[in-house]
Design a binder for this molecule. Structure first.
Ligand SMILES: Cc1cc2nc3c(=O)[nH]c(=O)nc-3n(C[C@H](O)[C@H](O)[C@H](O)COP(=O)(O)OP(=O)(O)OC[C@H]3O[C@@H](n4cnc5c(N)ncnc54)[C@H](O)[C@@H]3O)c2cc1C
Length: 374
């Protein structure tokens, strides 16, 4: 008998297993694929982390705690997981990211500098944004190495005594007197509590979230820059830009010989994670090349790689982190809507709080499930 079973060992589940095991809980963590793998949401070499959160001010204290926990994990794992490059948010003065970043910087007294298109290019020559754009540089921005973070959390959980099973798919679970029972394609297990961190597969495991979550196909493109010196980690901050063609994000050259770009929500293609098209097509590339051609022309060289990935969206694009209303023995973290990875470390801590103590000192009122049930 375990104290807690964690279903899904991706970004969030590996962090939950880590924090639960560190607190002495007997943990069983079950993953249907390998750890790490490329079929969920936590792969592709890089994920942006930024303090100046424009989506809602409630995220800023959480991301601050996340930074501290990532640094602690780096020490425990003995490897670098977070690369600080600075982060650019750009858009016209009325766009939600610029209004929100200015607000976050003011409220939380965050270090930042503002540029227009020309002064940004003078500082960071890889950028060729329109002259009248507002660009805000936040020096704490940067990126995490998602596969390494998942492995570091998993290895740390194991060192603290967690049992982690790979290639074992959970088929179902039920609450019973005294706890929960979980059935997999190999066995059956019992525990006092359950943590559900199944990413894009959450709806198939937690019936009540079905109407609340939409998995969505995404595409990442790596290109070989024509001027690689402009796209080094010390010269090219990560970015999120709102331009006429839509919202795009990107990274300097790291781990593979290419800079990386993606379009937030890509082509708005809702999918089933078990049947989605994982190949990348010329039409996918065209969506991303359009942005490179216009705003990062010195990165618009040969293709290095393309990969698909999955967002799991809620209606308001805020997360779900909660206990199930009709069964508080089950904690759930899902619906990270394309911006969750940076929070994995702190979500792991919160899930351990919820599973072991039934509550948390962190303010998670924004993430309650019932806001989505109308
Ligand atoms: C292209 C792309 C770019 C992104 N960019 C950023 C960014 O820059 N910054 C940022 O903060 N966030 C970003 N995100 C979002 C972030 O990566 C996700 O929010 C985060 O990875 C979600 O983690 P998760 O643990 O919920 O999902 P996952 O990491 O996918 O984990 C879920 C796990 O559950 C397992 N599982 C599911 N069902 C079962 C079952 N029945 N039995 C056993 N195991 C099961 C899955 O195999 C999977 O391993 C991006 C996402 C994508 C796709």
């Amino acid at each position: 008998m375990h104290d807690v079973i964690v279903i899904g060992v991706g970004g969030m589940g590996s962090a939950a297993a880590y924090h639960l095991a560190a607190r002495g809980a007997r943990v069983l963590a079950l993953e249907q694929f390998d750890i790490p793998h490329e079929l969920g949401s936590s792969h592709g070499e890089s994920r942006i982390i930024r303090l100046a959160y424009w989506e809602h001010p409630d995220y800023v204290p959480l991301v601050r705690r996340a930074y501290d926990l990532w640094r602690e994990l780096e020490i425990a794992a003995g490897e670098r997981l977070l690369v600080v490059t600075g982060g650019i948010d750009a858009g016209d003065a009325a766009s939600p990211n610029i209004i929100g970043v200015r607000d976050a910087c003011r409220r939380f007294e965050l270090r930042h500098e503002e540029f227009d298109g020309a002064s940004l290019s003078a500082r960071c020559p890889g950028y060729r944004l329109p002259p009248d754009i507002v660009a805000i540089l936040q020096p704490d921005g940067g990126f995490l190495l998602p596969e390494r973070c998942v492995v570091a959390h998993t290895e740390g959980a194991r060192r603290a005594g967690a049992d982690v099973h790979m290639r074992e798919r959970v088929l179902g679970w039920e609450t019973v007197a005294g706890g929960v029972r979980v059935r997999t394609d190999r066995d059956e297990y019992a525990a006092a509590r359950l943590v559900l961190t199944a990413g894009a597969w959450t709806a198939s495991l937690a019936g009540e979230t079905v109407p609340l979550l939409t998995p969505e196909r995404q595409v990442m493109l790596w290109t070989e820059p024509l001027r690689p010196d402009y796209f080094r980690t010390d010269r090219f901050p990560v970015f999120y830009i709102q331009v006429a063609e839509g919202p795009f994000y990107g990274f300097p050259i790291h781990a593979v010989p290419g800079m990386k770009i993606g379009k937030y929500h890509h082509t708005h293609e809702a999918v089933d994670p078990d049947t989605m098209d994982r190949r990348c097509h010329a039409e996918d590339e065209a969506v991303l090349r359009e942005c490179l051609r216009r705003y990062f022309p010195d990165a618009n060289g040969p293709t290095v790689d393309m990969k698909t990935c999955l967002f799991t969206n809620t209606r308001d694009e805020h997360f779900i982190i909660d206990l199930l209303e009709d069964d508080p023995r089950v904690a759930i973290a899902a619906g990270f809507s394309g911006h969750g990875f940076k929070f994995c470390s702190v979500v792991g801590e919160i899930l351990a709080d919820l599973a072991l103590d039934g509550g948390t000192r962190h303010d998670i009122s924004l993430f309650r499930m019932k806001r989505l049930v109308s």
